[in-house]
Design a protein around this ligand. Structure first.
Ligand code: NDP
Length: 376
């Protein structure tokens, strides 16, 4: 449970114990993790307060109450229902620019959301429409019509627009098929194998006739990956000797490695790659909280001798092919060929804790925060 402490007008600093939010002489009760505004017309937002040097803390974020904004001509006001929590957010709270600019101190945290249109000055959207957008960690946001994607609750639960039928699902689809290029009977190894991206990668690999092998971070995830996601074998990185288990589960080597975690697991996997292996560098979450990069063995000798390819991928590069992925993934979800799991925390004020747990590997499935009532 978290509380917020009054910090000047409308400013609330998140800290870790009690359950009342006080701001502007109004009282917000945090009960069972939900924040209920005591009056209408306010927009609770989470801002970046400090740049963490290592693991982020709840105190690195700040709750701020602001008026609900008014849409101008052609704009749409959206009420957030679900907020997506994603590992890339750790990169955005660093000062260094990577493929996207960092969030400034005092700015609303970035993030994808699914929400309901509550006011529209656009002909393209009407009140009640469910949409996906990137409005960040706040209860209400203004969007331009071009920045909204319609979500159809009759086709799939609206949460899937942030998971298997959203950015993570597309990452898995393009990363595996375009970068990994698996062929039937090949061995496809996936790290963070039960997560939002990895869980989809393993299942697509199986649908393509490959042997899917996973690496996960707990016994419960291992059991789920074997019984629900259909991996042929799964290594628990927290108890197994990962190197020895790779020899045992991939006796003929690894043809495709879909890397979500980087670090020493990547080093171990490189010892097992086959001639002409493909290594899709999707993420390196085990390194995201490190204050300075680790020293590691250079992979070039292995890549050369095995004539292997290591290639980074960014899902945004595939934006013009998003419809292709969504049609294929949507078909597989509706037919039951693809399964997914979500991990939902209630209350916008818990978004910082949700990010911290993803970076610790404590989430079990796609991490979401439920911000407001779901009308679907
Ligand atoms: P997940 O749902 O997989 O959650 C993150 C998982 O990472 C954790 O559950 C945990 O799984 C694993 N993890 C966390 N800390 C560590 C650690 N120290 N060592 C090893 N594993 C750890 O997240 P996503 O599916 O959303 O993201 C997976 C990866 O894909 C991330 O690296 C992310 O940055 C990347 N990504 C890249 C994109 C791109 O365009 N390139 C787009 C989207 C995501 P477990 O406990 O099972 O190991």
């Amino acid at each position: 449970m978290f509380s917020a402490v009054l910090q000047g007008t409308n400013r609330l600093r998140l800290c870790a114990t009690s359950c009342w939010l006080l701001a502007d002489a109004r009282c917000y009760e945090v009960r069972f993790g939900m924040t209920t505004p005591s009056s209408t017309g306010t927009n609770l937002r989470v801002l970046l307060a400090n740049r963490p040097k290592a693991e982020p803390r709840v105190e690195d974020f700040e709750l701020l109450e602001a008026p609900i904004p008014d849409p101008r001509n052609n704009e749409v006001l959206v009420r957030t229902i679900y907020l997506s929590i994603d590992p890339y957010m750790r990169g955005r709270i660093r000062a260094t620019k990577s493929y996207a600019a960092p969030v400034a101190i005092g700015e609303v945290m970035v993030g994808g959301i699914v929400g309901e249109v509550v006011e529209s000055k656009s002909e393209r959207f009407k009140v009640g429409d469910i949409v996906e957008s990137r409005l960040g960690w706040q209860q209400y946001g203004i969007a331009q019509p071009d920045d909204l994607r319609m979500v159809y609750p009759e086709l799939a639960p609206i949460t899937t627009a942030l998971g298997i039928l959203g950015m993570p699902g597309q990452t898995a689809y393009f990363g595996l098929l375009d970068v990994g290029r698996p062929r039937p009977d090949e061995t496809v190894l996936v790290s963070a194998a039960s997560g939002a991206v990895g869980g989809v990668v393993g299942q697509i690999a199986r649908l393509k006739g490959c042997r899917a092998i996973g690496i996960v971070g707990s016994a419960a995830k291992r059991e789920y990956a074997l019984s629900e996601l259909g991996y042929e074998a799964v290594i628990d990185r927290t108890i197994d000797d990962v190197g020895a288990e790779l020899s045992a589960t991939c006796p003929d080597g690894v043809d495709v490695y879909f890397d979500n975690v980087g670090g020493h697991i990547l080093d171990l996997v490189l010892d097992h790659i086959n001639l002409h292996a493909r290594i899709a560098i999707c993420g390196m979450i085990s390194e995201y909280n490190l204050p300075t990069p680790e020293l590691a063995v250079r992979p070039t000798r292995t890549l050369l001798t095995r004539r292997a390819r290591m290639q980074g991928l960014l899902v945004s590069d595939y934006a013009d092919r998003a419809d292709e992925a969504l049609q294929q993934l949507g078909g597989w979800v509706r037919s039951g060929a693809l399964k997914y799991r979500e991990d939902v925390i209630e209350g916008l004020e818990h978004a910082p804790a949700a990010l911290i747990r993803v970076l610790r590997g404590e989430n079990f499935g796609k991490q979401l925060v439920k911000v407001g009532a779901d009308p679907t």
